[in-house]
Design a protein around this ligand. Sequence first.
Ligand SMILES: NC(=O)c1ccc[n+]([C@@H]2O[C@H](COP(=O)([O-])OP(=O)(O)OC[C@H]3O[C@@H](n4cnc5c(N)ncnc54)[C@H](OP(=O)(O)O)[C@@H]3O)[C@@H](O)[C@H]2O)c1
Length: 252
Amino acid sequence: MERYRGRVAVITGVSSGIGEALVRALVQAGVRVAGCARSSEKLQTLKQSLGTDQARFLAVTCDLAQEDQVRAFFSQVVAEWGSVDILINNAGLAFNSSLLDGTVEEWRTMANINIVALCFCTQLAVQTMQETGVTDGYIIHINSESGHMHPVPSKFHFYSATKHAVRALTESMRLELSKTLPSARISSVSPGLVETQFLAKMSGRPEQQLNVFTRMKALQVEDVVETVVHLLETPLHVQIHDVLLRPTAQTS
Ligand SMILES: NC(=O)c1ccc[n+]([C@@H]2O[C@H](COP(=O)([O-])OP(=O)(O)OC[C@H]3O[C@@H](n4cnc5c(N)ncnc54)[C@H](OP(=O)(O)O)[C@@H]3O)[C@@H](O)[C@H]2O)c1
């Protein structure tokens, strides 16, 4: 992580799960991390838990569905820390409903966060990199295994479509970057089941303990973090496009 020590990473969705673990790892590695989520209280708890490292964590309450809040988030990062060197589009969510019983509001929310906010944050990050002369910027999308296949449980169908969009957008952005910011890189990380509150939140009961994690050893947040750190540590001439990682015990 030497290249990015002291430099600035923006990470979305850091109040829990993979995003929270990414904050801890990057801050510990000496990167200055600006993270956002809606839950201000959880952000403050995370900041305090960083102890003497907390000066390297800028916690910003931001609803990624709100364009003005996203703009304000990036403006604050640039005002306080001068630039953006890394963007990790991590925030994402799903609802427990199929295509036949889901609501328009649920679909709009998933599309807004999983696709539109990811595009908007990427646009703002790349603009900032261009304006501030960052030539080795790195964009990482936390995608999903379900962006690579058609999941059997119907409750994942719309979510899966949003993650297929992320896969398409990764390649489209790579092509755009190759013309406008040729030495910047973009990758996706596509995990299978990770032990976070994601599925419990999807069912509307974030605090519940799910049996699936006792039946099978799922990926841990640290496994995803290690993959992200590996990407950031690769030499500048290496562009890893997508990393698909699954729990070994996963059979489907
Ligand atoms: N867990 C899995 O099995 C799994 C597998 C494959 C891919 N993924 C992907 O991994 C990423 C992280 O998920 P996770 O498992 O770590 O779940 P998580 O613990 O539920 O984290 C999701 C994060 O997104 C944030 N978020 C949601 N809506 C937001 C909004 N409108 N504005 C700002 N932040 C928002 C949440 O914060 P607030 O609620 O505080 O806003 C939270 O910090 C997602 O993109 C997910 O699709 C997860």
